[in-house]
Design a protein around this ligand. Sequence first.
Ligand SMILES: [Zn+2]
Length: 130
Amino acid sequence: MKEKFIRFMQGRYGVDNLNTHALWFVIILLVINIFLQNTFISIFSYVIWFIVIYRTFSRQVYKRYVENEKYLKMIQPITQFFHLHKKRMSDRSHKYFRCPQCKQMVRLPKGKGKIIVTCPKCQNKFEKRT
Ligand SMILES: [Zn+2]
């Protein structure tokens, strides 16, 4: 049985970030719709669900890969925000900034006052209070 499934999935795309996020979106929509009982929301979520299933079993791996890359690029500001927030919460002895020019994350020790920071990536100089 397991071998049959492996053979079936060979050359197919499988699960990626876009599929996972879309599936969570569908679950949230369906839970909300328990209370709203809206036909449009119901149809909309089943259409997304169908697209997720189609993408998972698709044999056009490259096309699906490009779609996922586009999606990841689109949500990059959101993921960067959460990444920075997580860093700030876990490391209390440093301050984290993004370079205003190239968005490179820069770590500085706390309590040094106003200092001029040189970005390690693009050499841009900017002033920050630590
Ligand atoms: Zn920079």
